[in-house]
Ligand binder design. Structure first.
Ligand SMILES: [Zn+2]
Length: 242
């Protein structure tokens, strides 16, 4: 009873019906996008996959470093054994020939730089192994943290997904009603325009189309204002409403 006179006099125009339909379609598109994003997030986590790949690489690096250390240790132990055996034979009196003793002394001296090299290599290798161990521990922690975070997000995500799916079902019902109110012929026009332009229904801006911004004819602009008929922009084909 207290409603404004203007609102009461004007029935909903054909353009306004299409505007409602468009708003519903926009809601549906947003919900579909959200549902796809939630489903994808529940299904897989590219960041977790990246962290797991880093973890595998760190584990491989640690194993390779350990393998290298074992190789150096084996070689070092062989050279040490050879040195010990030369020393033993040099000094235990079992070899008496001075020529042989001289040769053994030379061999022993020649082993010295080799031993030094191997000891340096082993030290280097152990440092690399320790560093690989630290990297691996960091990678393990990162995976565990991401896993825990993902676990804590799973329930809210599933709840939001269920809600969005139910909202989508509601919006589809709303759309069916909006399409029925607009009428099949106008819906076809709207869908044809929407295939090229989004939004397909735009507001009048001054005397111009709110989509392409070119002025409408005086008659069309007045038609939009009065809500009479369905007005399309002669330039871009969009439906123009007030
Ligand atoms: Zn236009």
């Amino acid at each position: 009873m207290t409603a404004g006179g203007e609102a009461r006099e004007r029935p909903i125009s054909r353009g306004q019906h299409l505007l409602s339909l468009q708003e519903t379609d926009e809601q549906i598109a947003l919900l579909e996008k959200e549902i796809a994003a939630l489903a994808s997030a529940l299904n897989r986590d590219p960041e977790l996959e990246r962290l797991r790949a880093e973890e595998r690489a760190a584990e491989a690096e640690r194993q390779a470093a350990e393998e290298r250390c074992r190789g150096v240790e084996r070689e070092l132990s062989g050279v040490r054994q050879r040195a010990r055996s030369l020393e033993k034979r040099l000094y235990d009196g079992s070899v008496r020939n001075p020529q042989d003793l001289l040769g053994m002394q030379r061999d022993l001296t020649a082993l010295k730089p080799r031993l030094d090299d191997l000891e340096a290599s082993l030290l280097e290798c152990m440092e690399a192994s320790e560093s690989a161990e630290t990297t691996l521990a960091g990678a393990n922690a990162a995976v565990a943290a991401r896993d825990a975070e993902r676990g804590s997000q799973e329930t809210p995500r599933r709840e939001r997904l269920a809600l969005a799916q139910s909202e989508l079902a509601d919006q589809r019902v709303v759309r069916t009603a909006a399409a029925a109110a607009a009428g099949a012929g106008d819906v076809r026009i709207y869908e044809r325009v929407a295939a090229h332009w989004k939004p397909a229904v735009v507001h009048l801006e001054g005397d111009s189309c709110g989509g392409c911004h070119l002025p409408l004819g005086i008659r069309e602009a007045n038609q939009v204002r009065s809500g009479e008929g369905l007005v399309q922009c002669s330039n871009c084909d969009r439906v123009v409403v007030r």
